[in-house]
Ligand binder design. Sequence first.
Ligand SMILES: Cc1cc2nc3c(=O)[nH]c(=O)nc-3n(C[C@H](O)[C@H](O)[C@H](O)COP(=O)(O)OP(=O)(O)OC[C@H]3O[C@@H](n4cnc5c(N)ncnc54)[C@H](O)[C@@H]3O)c2cc1C
Length: 402
Amino acid sequence: MSNPTWTNWAGTETCRPETIVKAVSVEHVSEVVADATKRGISVRPVGSGHSFAPLVPTDGIVLDVSALSGVVSVDKEAAQARVLAGSTIAALGEPLWNAGLTLRNQGAIDAQTIAGATSTSTHGSGLELKTMSGSIIGAELITASGELITIGPDDPRLPALRASMGTFGVIVSLDLELEPAFKLKETLDFWPFEEVLARWEEATHSHRHFSFVHGPMYDSSEELPPIPSNMKKPTLVRIYDQVDADAEDDATPSARLDRPYRIYPDVFTEPWEEIEPFAPYDTILDTIGECLEVMERYPSEFPLEARTVAKDDTWLSPANGRDSVAIDVCRPLGQDNLPFFREIDAVMARYGGRPHWGKQPYLHDRETYRNFYPKWDDFIALRRQLDPSGTFLNGPLRAIFE
Ligand SMILES: Cc1cc2nc3c(=O)[nH]c(=O)nc-3n(C[C@H](O)[C@H](O)[C@H](O)COP(=O)(O)OP(=O)(O)OC[C@H]3O[C@@H](n4cnc5c(N)ncnc54)[C@H](O)[C@@H]3O)c2cc1C
């Protein structure tokens, strides 16, 4: 029988593993992993396959945990919940809301699993809001021997586990810090680009979320406000402010008021390629001009997006130790986008840019990562301790993490 094919969302990462196993229980995960370790073959956990980076491909076992889904328990007073690792972000919205709680933040889509999203430090926008990994206060993990271990809030391994790209083991549940339910008031608007930059500091400090999308691709849309006819270089600004949970919903396009899990996600059907380096927050006025100059030399319909992220202590979070601005650029499939991405990376690297673990068609070399992250060597040591046989590595991950 021929090997199955696994492909990521964009169709840019693919492999022919020995098997793709859809885990049906924690015990099942444990058996599959223990057996693979005995046989010396690799296991790569996968969520929704929405990463652009070569994190999943293996010739061993692709272990799909998406069936381990749901909210296990909620502590409303403490604003915490235990959720199964394969729950999509979409699947968490309503049950948490019904329990009077909501996720602290989320990104542009909600199709990712919670373990997959946090494992790569998926983020939304908000200068006071960490990546989704920053909400993890505990986890249950199947390690290479098949043993189930618990990592609690005071465990020194927790800040490493929060964003570990599936290299420590298979996460089966996560304990999350949440917020009491609130709603969001959306304001989508077009501002002149110069105004966006002039007001960046004030706007990012005065709203829960302030981000912008700058590029050549706006045309009329029912979702977006009309572009003022005299505006040169219109820039879409996206503002979300927190309002009370009992505020009345409003469905007016570009001025909605609703529950966060209904406001945040977009739906994208056409795939693309993407990178999104994080640089220190206060570098935006330097990085943005240089990135736009590179974009002009590689013309495309795709815009640039800038979002803020609060600093955290997650060892390999791109926002580790510093408030950040993440600059996202996309390009269509079917052409060689690497020269463009490498130029954007080089601009961002000059200002301390660190790549998004899920949004990078290539990984950097080990030395580059060691320079990015103060706890890099500690991460490697812990990974080796938890997975001495390297069961959870594939080729690209072995090159940097072995
Ligand atoms: C259309 C689109 C929009 C996006 N929007 C955003 C955005 O707004 N913000 C942002 O930051 N990112 C965004 N991303 C990137 C995306 O959030 C990340 O790549 C995320 O990791 C994908 O989650 P997933 O469930 O698909 O995980 P996968 O891509 O399947 O896996 C990601 C990593 O998690 C590991 N993993 C998965 N499950 C487990 C588990 N149970 N235990 C241990 N490790 C596990 C995998 O091994 C892998 O290393 C977007 C991607 C796409 C395609």
